[in-house]
Design a protein around this ligand. Structure first.
Ligand code: HEM
Length: 394
């Protein structure tokens, strides 16, 4: 079997591939393409939910690559983030960051998100043609995360450039260089916040303490700052693009939202289910042979769980390929993952998507695509399903 992930058609429309894999076996052995060997890919809702919470599967990539040298020169802060760690390390890190990244902090950020989004579209007039990705979906989330962390406005551009470089799939030299630049920048910023604290999250993380009185080490602090930046940026960008596209392709559903914008918060769940931005979750692997449902997972096998596939499983969601903003169970989607690594930034992401939808509905009643949806270019990333560009007429 050829790798489905090597086929450009996969990135245009993943859902037929996911459906075929799920039908063949919800936990399947799949060639990953190139020299990457074979991995276990999970595509049914029940198995995906179970695998995401399964502590037999490790997220410790350093342990996986310990005897498989990758020849990479990533900064150590990026090679061992909270998302790449298992309990008890993960438990301690997550507790410390949860204390600092409170719901109140997200609530406080909401008006700033609205102001930022308004500033981005202020020069736009009805009838203009714009790329919604470049103009709104890309700059908004990265600026919000920079604000959240307390990155000074003058540095937003370079931080954004490094964080984009980190996602330059395949270009290892560029990724490794960006990892050092960003980690060194964050280390210097953390040192500055230590002597001159402000109200932002990085200062709160600098002084966060666990029950034992211990805080984050220098490396852990930098690693968390970089993780928040990277995890919170590209995913939310993709979510905004996918949500707007899905609504433009379903005018009846868009009309529902226009007639009652109070439905937007609930609609965001269905939009995340329908075209999930994290289509294949981050790296897991089986240190020992284990079972997932009926399937045997051999020791040493990487395991890729697909929220994108799980959220279209007909055994879980009726008529899953239909966007239905009235779906009663949309909130049980796995777009933010599940278990101990469930997305830490979900409320913030939700606030950003809601803000953008509200603003676009309000300002641009005639919003429409300027190209057939089938011609839009999608990013070639296994992890993130997101558009390269979304050309619209306002
Ligand atoms: C719509 C936007 C977003 C989506 C779809 C999303 C999705 C996810 C998913 C699926 C995971 C779990 C990955 C896995 O288990 O393999 C995750 C973890 C995480 N996300 Fe998000 N995310 C989004 C936005 C954000 C934002 C805005 C932030 C930060 C401000 C953030 C921070 C994190 C962090 C720190 C983790 C790791 C949690 C842990 O390891 O305990 N995410 N996200």
């Amino acid at each position: 079997m050829a790798s489905p992930f090597s086929d450009p058609a996969f990135y245009r429309d993943r859902y037929p591939v996911y459906a075929a894999l799920r039908q063949r076996c919800p936990v399947a052995r799949v060639p990953m393409g190139g020299s990457s060997g074979t991995a276990t890919v999970v595509t049914s809702y029940d198995q995906a939910r179970a695998a995401l919470a399964d502590l037999q599967l490790s997220k410790d990539t350093n342990a996986f690559f310990a005897d498989r040298p990758s020849g990479r020169a990533l900064h150590p802060a990026l090679a061992s983030t909270m998302l790449n760690s298992d309990p008890p390390d993960h438990t301690r890190l997550r507790r410390l960051v949860t204390r600092a990244f409170t719901p109140a902090r997200v609530q406080q950020l909401r008006p700033a998100v609205r102001t930022l989004a308004e500033e981005l579209v202020d020069g736009w007039s009805p009838g203009d043609r714009v790329d919604l990705m470049e103009g709104l979906a890309v700059p908004l989330p990265i600026t919000v995360i920079c604000r959240l962390l307390g990155v000074p406005a003058a540095d937003h551009d370079r931080v954004r450039r490094w964080s984009l470089d980190l996602l330059a799939t395949g270009d290892h030299e560029r990724i490794d260089a960006a990892s050092h630049a960003l980690a060194e920048y964050m280390a210097a910023l953390a040192a500055a916040k230590r002597t001159d604290p402000d109200e932002a999250l990085l200062s709160a993380l600098v002084s966060a303490r666990g029950e034992d009185g211990d805080g984050l080490s220098e490396l852990e602090l930098v690693s968390l700052a970089v993780l928040l930046l990277v995890a919170g940026h590209e995913t939310t960008t993709a979510a905004i693009g996918n949500s707007v596209l899905a609504l433009l392709q379903h005018p009846d559903q868009l009309a529902l939202l226009r007639s009652d914008p109070g439905r937007i918060p609930a609609a965001v769940d269905e939009l995340l289910r329908y075209d999930s931005p994290v289509s294949i979750a981050t790296w897991r692997w089986a240190p020992k042979a284990t079972r997932l449902g009926e399937a045997e997972v051999p020791a040493g096998s990487p395991v890729f769980v697909s929220p994108g596939a799980a959220n279209r499983d007909p055994d879980r969601f009726t008529d899953p390929d239909r966007l239905d903003l009235d779906r009663p169970d949309a909130g049980s989607h796995l777009a933010f993952g599940h278990g101990i690594h469930r997305c830490l930034g979900a409320p913030l992401a939700q606030a950003e998507i809601e803000t953008v939808l509200l603003l676009l509905l309000d300002r641009f009643p005639g919003l429409q695509l300027t190209e057939p949806a089938a011609q839009l270019a999608w990013r070639h990333s296994r992890l993130v399903r997101g558009l390269e560009a979304l050309p619209v007429q306002l």
